[in-house]
Design a binder for this molecule. Structure first.
Ligand code: SF4
Length: 382
């Protein structure tokens, strides 16, 4: 098995489940956080003894809302991570809700070893925040970025959503401009997507909410891309922009199809095996079941699948084409490459391929082209 240098830790608790949210997140279970942190710590310990892992180059504490953990709980988790081995200069990201970004928390997270903060701003427009059911205001989000930077975070990401009903192009660009003015080093802009199992999905199905049409969403996306690049943030992945030296190393490792371990409820892992195949594993999703299983055994496996070497190469290409500077991961698919270049969706540049503007707009279809004709993976329960 390839050595693992990236670790994802999932914290599934939120104060409120936003109506568009399709993540493994639960409200009103904050009372479970202390036993959850114990269970997570135990899972990290056991993984450290059983897997070829470390030194870790990247750690990403995501959710849910990991900023609901106290600084002491983050420190406890990071001590277990350090026991596995943390490379000098490792990137350690914590996802944070603006409401939790206070001076003392910032100080505590930095002291625990977190060096990158990813802030869920989403929008600064009051109507959009109400629509999305975010519990913070736009002013809270701006204050949070300022508190993080003033407190010592030199690597800050802001997550934004575009294509929100009722937010026109001018209002979207106002949000973008105001966030850029705060000097964030990294910005992720995601289209608001409608997942059928969410309350937003239900509202769209029943006609209560009408989403902006695809042309309006693309207009907002490309307008943001132009503005961000003009501000010196390079567009390095479909939804991500960064100042030089501030790309998200954790996500880059995943897009480059490197092995990672996921710990926590519902967390996924990906291991590249020596014969070219890939093993995917996922944990029990529910916090109660996860806590019970991980506390008792240090493991919480729900299922696993093995992808054949051919399927793994297809998956690497599907994920790799998201990198806008180009990827060599599609080299084993000359036929598909030729077809996609002919369709104006890919450009060939030496041994690399990269998406054209139209290819970016149809990135999911482009990626899926590399999986065609490859047999389905073998699944098994944990
Ligand atoms: S804060 Fe994030 S993870 Fe939690 S419910 Fe809202 S969108 Fe989902």
């Amino acid at each position: 098995m390839e050595r693992i240098h990236s670790l994802y830790l999932h914290v599934p608790f939120c104060t409120w489940v936003c109506k568009y949210c399709d993540f493994n997140a639960y409200a009103v279970l904050e009372g479970l956080i202390p036993p959850y942190v114990e269970a997570l710590s135990h899972e990290i310990d056991i993984a450290g003894t059983e897997l070829p892992i470390g030194p870790l180059e990247t750690v990403f504490i995501g959710g849910g809302t990991p900023s609901l953990l106290t600084a002491a709980q983050v420190r406890q988790v990071m001590e277990r991570v350090r026991a596995i081995g943390l490379a000098p200069g490792a990137e350690v990201t914590l996802e944070a809700n603006p409401s939790n970004i206070t001076g003392p928390n910032v100080e505590g997270w930095l002291a625990a070893g977190v060096n990158r903060l990813s802030i869920g701003v989403q929008s600064l427009q009051p109507d959009a925040l109400r629509f999305l059911e975010r519990l913070h205001s736009g002013m809270d989000a701006i204050a949070a970025i300022r508190t993080a930077r003033a407190g010592g975070f030199a690597n800050v990401n802001a997550d934004l959503l575009f294509g929100v009903p009722g937010v026109n192009l001018a209002a979207w660009l106002d949000t973008l401009e105001a966030v850029l003015a705060e000097g964030v080093q990294h910005l992720s802009a995601y289209e608001l997507t409608v997942e059928s199992a969410t309350r937003l999905g239900q509202e769209v199905r029943t006609g209560l909410v009408r989403m902006p049409d695809a042309d309006d969403q693309l207009e907002q996306y490309w307008a943001a891309a132009a503005r961000l690049e003009a501000a010196g943030l390079a567009h390095y992945e479909i939804s991500n922009w960064a100042q030089p030296g501030y790309t998200c190393r954790h996500n880059l490792a995943a897009w480059n199809y490197e092995s990672y371990l996921g710990c926590g409820a519902g967390a996924h892992s990906m291991f590249r095996l020596d014969d070219g195949s890939t093993e995917r594993r996922w944990n029990l999703k529910g916090p109660h079941a996860y806590i019970k299983q991980a506390s008792e055994t240090g493991r919480a496996l729900d299922g696993a699948e093995t992808l054949s070497p051919e399927r793994a190469r297809g998956e690497a290409a599907m994920i790799g084409v998201r990198l806008l500077d180009g990827t060599g991961s599609a080299r084993d698919f000359p036929e598909e490459r030729r077809r996609l270049v002919g369709a104006g969706l890919l450009l060939e540049d030496n041994h690399l391929v990269r998406l054209t503007r139209r290819g970016v707009e149809l990135a999911n279809q482009v990626g899926a082209a590399f999986l065609v004709e490859v047999a389905s993976p073998q699944q098994r329960k944990g």
